[in-house]
Ligand binder design. Structure first.
Ligand code: PEP
Length: 249
């Protein structure tokens, strides 16, 4: 059985104090961390305090980005070891905002995924098409190329530790959600592609949906056979909204 994961991507929101206030509203509501796993991905500046706050709980900590070198003269960047030593277990890699505003290519994503895995972080690798791709019938072509390029060179054992997030870019932060059937079609396509590239391990990989997921639509999305959870932006910024999603699944 695949693990259901609900991950909150707080993006560039929340000062340290605001982040600690948000986590206080989530603590105690995370369940056993096994059937449904709650992950929070605060900005870098709040990681240490959130790590302390969730110590002893079943909430897991994620970062929103990581660099592909282990150390050195890379001003402003953060290495996997720095994240691991403060209690981070997951890292979002290749979010569409990083791809769009920071020119992250599949090659960069691949470099980051490989170092993250080598270091012991679990990457949440994001893929998804823009509206124009969808309207031109290119969703599978685009998403397939992102899957191939971002995960290039990994073996089945490494893939066991990877989480995928399918996030149609036109649904992120727009209030437009892919219908459960539309999302399922792409999730199935992704799983088939993973099977083709890596074999049976594909059945064990959690594939999350992201794009305006909220309490009112989470249950029907996650009821789809190949949707194993959600990566949540806007609705993760208020404890009561995020918990509605947790409760719905
Ligand atoms: C995201 O950016 O990962 C995301 C899914 O955002 P939102 O939930 O706000 O659409």
């Amino acid at each position: 059985m695949r693990q259901t994961i609900i991950a909150g991507n707080w993006k560039m929101n929340k000062t340290n104090d605001e982040a600690v206030e948000l986590i206080q509203g989530l603590l105690g509501h995370e369940g056993d961390g096994e059937k449904v796993r709650m992950i929070v991905c605060p900005p870098y500046t709040a990681l240490c305090d959130i790590s302390r706050a969730i110590n002893g709980s079943k909430i897991y900590l994620g970062a929103q980005n990581v660099y592909f070198e282990e150390s050195g003269a890379y001003t402003g960047e953060i290495a996997p070891s720095m994240l691991l030593t403060i209690g981070v277990s997951y890292v979002i890699i290749g979010h569409s905002e990083r791809r769009e505003y920071f020119s992250e290519t599949d090659q960069i994503v691949n470099d980051k995924v490989r170092l993250a895995l080598k270091s012991g972080l679990i990457p949440i690798v994001c893929v998804g098409e823009v509206l124009e791709d969808r309207e031109n019938g290119k969703t599978e072509e685009v998403v397939g190329a992102q899957i191939d390029g971002s995960l290039k060179g990994l073996n089945g054992d490494q893939m066991k530790k990877v989480v995928i997030a399918y996030e149609p870019v036109w649904a992120i932060g727009t209030g437009k959600t892919a219908s459960p059937e539309m999302a399922q079609d792409v999730h199935r396509f992704i799983r088939d592609r993973l099977k083709n590239n890596f074999g049976d391990v594909a059945e064990k990989i959690s594939i999350l949906y992201g794009g305006s997921m909220k309490g009112s639509n989470a249950a029907e999305l996650i009821a789809q056979p190949d949707i194993d959870g959600g990566l949540i932006g806007g609705a993760s910024l208020k404890a009561e909204e995020f918990l509605k999603i947790i409760n719905a699944v």
